[in-house]
Write a protein that binds this ligand. Structure first.
Ligand SMILES: Nc1nc2c(c(=O)[nH]1)N[C@H]1C(S)=C(S)[C@@H](COP(=O)(O)O)O[C@H]1N2
Ligand SMILES: [Mo]
Length: 219
C-alpha cells in the first residue's frame, strides 16, 4: 500500500482537499430532468430476485440518515451535509446476489456509469440518497436518486441513478475508462489507477532509476 505523509490537519481533512461552501455541479452527460411518474430504480445482474422500485417504494424504505462530508477527486469538499436514503446494503440483500458477485455497476438515466467494489457498497453509511438536508434532492444534485458513499470520491456517487447491476467481474465506468481508480477511497487517495503493480504492492520502487545515455531511443 502506498503510504501518505501525516501532518497537522491530516485527521480532519483528507489529503489534497479544500473546503468549498456549495456543491459544484457536474454532469458529464448533461443535466437530466427525471419525472418520477413511471420511473423505477432497478437492481439486477447476477441476483436471484431482481427488484424494480417506484419512487414511493423508495421513500417508504428510506431510513438511513447521517451527516457526512463529500470529496470530489479534483480537490473540493463539501462538509457536514445531511444525507438520507436507503442503505445500499439493504437493497442489495433484498435482491439476493449470488456468492460470486464482487462489483456493483451504477447506470444513470443519461448514460453516466461508474463501478463500486461490493464491499464498499455494503458499508453501513453507503446509500441510495433521496434527501439532502431534509428535502428531496435538488434536480441538479441527482433527483430523484443518487448514490452516496462517503468513503469514496464523488465520481462514484452517480446522480439520476436508475440501475444498480451486480457483477462478478470488474468493468470500467465513465471516469474509470479515463484512468480513474477502480475503488476510489478518499482516505487512501485512490485518485487514479495504479499501473505499476510493484509500486502498488510494495509501496516502493525497485532499484534506482538510471540516467539514460544520450541518444537512447525510447520505444
Ligand atoms: N450522472 C452523473 N453523476 C455524477 C457525475 C456526472 O457527471 N454525471 N459527476 C460525479 C462527480 S465527478 C462528482 S464530484 C459529483 C458532484 O456532485 P454534484 O454535481 O451534486 O455537486 O457527482 C458525481 N455524479
Ligand atoms: Mo468529481
Amino acid at each position: 500500500m502506498l503510504r501518505r505523509p501525516s501532518g497537522p490537519g491530516r485527521d480532519k481533512m483528507p489529503y489534497g482537499q479544500k473546503i468549498v461552501p456549495k456543491f459544484i455541479i457536474y454532469a458529464a452527460e448533461g443535466l437530466q430532468k427525471v419525472d418520477t411518474k413511471g420511473w423505477r430504480l432497478r437492481i439486477e445482474g447476477n441476483v436471484e430476485k431482481p427488484l424494480s422500485l417506484a419512487y414511493s417504494d423508495l421513500l417508504e424504505l428510506a431510513s438511513d440518515r447521517g451527516r457526512f462530508d463529500f470529496h470530489c477527486v479534483t480537490g473540493w469538499s463539501v462538509m457536514g451535509r445531511v444525507w438520507e436514503g436507503i442503505s445500499l446494503k439493504h437493497l442489495i440483500h433484498m435482491a439476493k446476489p449470488r456468492p460470486s458477485v464482487n462489483w456493483v455497476a451504477i447506470v444513470s438515466t443519461g448514460g453516466y456509469t461508474t463501478v463500486i467494489p461490493l464491499e464498499e457498497s455494503l458499508r453501513d453509511e453507503s446509500m441510495v440518497a433521496l434527501l439532502l438536508d431534509g428535502r428531496p434532492l435538488p434536480e441538479e444534485n441527482g433527483y430523484p436518486a443518487r448514490i452516496f458513499i462517503p468513503s469514496l470520491y464523488g465520481w462514484k456517487h452517480a446522480k439520476w441513478v436508475e440501475k444498480i447491476v451486480l457483477l462478478d467481474e470488474y468493468v470500467d465506468g465513465y471516469w474509470e475508462a479515463l484512468s480513474y481508480h477502480e475503488r476510489g477511497r478518499v482516505s487512501l487517495e485512490e485518485r487514479f489507477k495504479v499501473r505499476n503493480v510493484e509500486v502498488a504492492r510494495e509501496g516502493r520502487l525497485l532499484g534506482k532509476p538510471r540516467p539514460l545515455k544520450p541518444g537512447t531511443i525510447l520505444e
